[in-house]
Design a protein around this ligand. Structure first.
Ligand code: PHE
Length: 338
């Protein structure tokens, strides 16, 4: 065999060994000794090379040097990989704690609305939705706010067009429902509403309401009181006391505002209740006969009650938060607490 064939044979062996190697410090070192060691295969080839005549040397010298260089490079790269593995630690420790991954959650306002809907749902209320862009008729006129009536000023309205507006409350959903279904009607109307108000810790230009409506024959104010009491005791605490104060809304008569005894101090007076002992939670009343007439429901035959509350206000009270703007900032540190 000529030296050239020997060189090629060592080359083949090297490629074979490289393809089979299980990379670790020992096997790479063994490979290095086998090929590049003092008594290694390549050193042996160099010995044979020394015995050649000077005319043969250039040809074989080139092939031999290429082989040596290849072997050195490939073994060096294996040594680097071994070093890298050592840095990372070659074995995986299954007892180490994993990386925790954060779960998403519902926004506190969504949670509050869901909870309110659940409680009324158990009392037989269905849920209705409506559009946020409404007609003046649904938002005002049918709710007994005649054009130019001063009560319209209570709800600073964003108008889109002359008779088109961003709903200022979810009461238009009640109009839509009464226009399309005959009594008995027992629904909850949750949704986003808009008012052109100055933004401060207590109010925001966008917020959420949940209104309720029950229409049937012989519905009474006593039923309204009981329904709200059951809700307040379940949502806040079974110990809360309720108080109904006379109030005014164009679409209800009589109307009332509902207070609960302060959930922090129990009524003795604190910062949350501004030392009154009471917290206002919603408005309510008996549906005004004019509203029934606007919805083609006979006011002689049917009576009904309605109530409405702001989800943000309820959530502020429930969680003891003092700035409504926190709900809209999307700060994960705040939201993660719910
Ligand atoms: N829609 C009223 C508001 O936004 C709340 C309300 C609803 C009051 C139903 C009474 C009855 O102020």
């Amino acid at each position: 065999m000529s030296l050239l064939e020997d060189i090629h044979e060592v080359q083949r062996q090297l490629q074979h060994d490289l393809s089979q190697i299980d990379i670790n410090a020992q096997s790479v070192e063994n490979l290095r000794i086998k090929y590049l060691g003092k008594k290694g295969l390549i050193a042996g080839l160099f010995k044979d090379f020394g015995a050649l005549s000077s005319s043969e040397k250039p040809e074989f010298g080139k092939a031999l040097n290429t082989l040596k260089k290849t072997a050195e490079e490939q073994i060096k790269s294996l040594q680097n990989r071994v070093a890298e593995q050592d840095n990372k630690g070659t074995s995986f420790d299954y007892t180490l704690p994993g990386y925790p991954f954060r779960q998403g959650r519902l926004h506190p306002i969504t949670q509050t609305m869901n909870r309110i809907c659940d409680i009324f749902g158990e009392m037989g209320f269905g849920i209705e939705f409506g559009p946020e862009v409404e007609t003046d008729f649904n938002n005002f006129q049918a709710l007994n706010f005649p054009p130019n009536h001063p009560a319209r000023d209570m709800q600073d309205t964003f108008f889109v067009d002359k008779d088109i507006l961003l709903r200022t409350h979810t009461s238009p959903i009640q109009i839509r429902t009464m226009l399309k279904t005959k009594p008995p009607v027992r629904i909850l109307a949750p949704g986003r509403v808009y008012r052109n108000e100055a933004i401060n810790p207590r109010s925001y230009c966008v917020f959420h309401q949940i209104e309720g409506l029950y229409v049937d024959e012989n519905v009474t104010f006593a039923e309204l009181k009981l329904t709200i009491e059951v809700f307040a005791k379940r949502f806040f605490s079974k110990d809360v006391q309720l108080r109904f104060r006379p109030s005014f809304f164009p679409f209800t008569e009589p109307s009332a505002e509902v207070d609960i005894s302060c959930i922090i101090c129990g009524g003795s007076g604190c910062r949350l209740c501004k030392h009154t002992g009471w917290l206002e939670i919603m408005g309510c009343g008996m549906v005004d006969p004019n509203v029934f007439t606007a919805c083609q429901i006979d006011p002689e035959k049917y009576t009904g009650y309605a109530f409405g509350m702001g989800a943000e206000r309820i959530a502020l009270l429930k969680y003891g938060i003092d700035d409504i703007r926190l709900f809209y900032e999307g700060d994960i540190r705040f939201l993660r607490q719910f």
